[in-house]
Design a protein around this ligand. Structure first.
Ligand SMILES: Nc1ncnc2c1ncn2[C@@H]1O[C@H](COP(=O)(O)OP(=O)(O)OP(=O)(O)O)[C@@H](O)[C@H]1O
Length: 235
């Protein structure tokens, strides 16, 4: 079970939804190594919450800290830039560079490593993603599942403390999606990163997560489980 220093989030901001303005007001503690899935209706603020944690969006007020390091604190004027936060972010649309090879995309994420170390690390990540044979391919030559596996290992290449996944599987066909759920859980276990994922799919959320929370109109609540988590089924 996850342990050690948690990710602690107390954030408040104003959002404007289709039914008018509402407040995102979140107080959340996530254990180190926990896999937490956020569900909830469209427009509830799930993506915004991930963006606030990553430092891509500024909150009205609040604090984000991870393993004792304050990433942002509006009261103290602390706001670490995204690149200074040890996190990986995976978006629904993969966000791959179209003119960069598969190996190049991973190497780019490791640009500050010495060349020989970088090559070894790229090879290791390609192997983990099952993409070694496609190292020289470009994103347009990959299937949806391959693109998403690449986006995942690219985000994990630097061994981030925190992995943020925004609807990472929603663009995939059901079969690929089911397969990638197992891949996600495997990579999560391999890297041990605390993981926060958003998903519209209740079954997916409940099978992947250590804990599922529901975000509705900017407020978090516990979601009840009706399916056994995938990792428990496989154990
Ligand atoms: N910077 C911002 N300022 C004000 N409103 C915003 C801002 N960013 C997003 N919103 C609004 O906040 C609401 C929540 O958006 P968000 O994308 O976080 O929801 P979501 O739960 O991720 O939805 P979906 O499941 O459809 O992706 C939307 O109505 C959006 O237009």
């Amino acid at each position: 079970m996850p342990s050690a220093a948690p990710l602690a989030i107390t954030l408040e901001t104003r959002l404007s939804g289709p039914d008018g303005p509402f407040r995102l007001d979140v107080d959340l503690s996530v254990a180190a190594g926990e896999f937490l899935v956020l569900t909830g209706p469209s427009g509830a603020g799930k993506t915004t919450l991930l963006r606030l944690i990553a430092g891509l969006t500024r909150p009205l007020r609040g604090v984000v800290s991870m393993a004792g390091q304050v990433w942002s604190d509006t009261a103290c004027g602390i706001d670490l830039p995204v690149r200074a936060r040890p996190l990986g972010f995976v978006f629904q649309d993969y966000a791959l560079f179209p003119n960069m090879t598969v190996a190049g995309q991973i190497g780019f994420a490791l640009h500050d490593l010495p060349q020989c170390e970088r090559a070894d690390r790229v090879a290791e990540m390609l192997d983990l993603a099952g993409l070694t044979g496609l190292a020289k391919a470009y994103p347009a030559q990959l299937s949806g599942g391959q693109k998403q596996r690449l986006a995942l290992v690219r985000a994990l290449a630097r061994c981030p403390k925190l992995l943020l996944l925004d609807e990472p599987l929603s663009a995939l066909d059901p079969e690929t999606r089911a397969r990638l759920q197992g891949e996600l859980r495997r990579l999560h276990a391999h890297f041990g990163a605390t993981t926060l994922m958003t998903s519209h799919d209740q079954t997916e959320a409940q099978r992947l997560a250590d804990r599922v929370l529901r975000l509705e109109a900017g407020r978090l609540s516990a979601a009840s489980l009706s399916y056994p988590p995938l990792h428990l089924v496989r154990a």
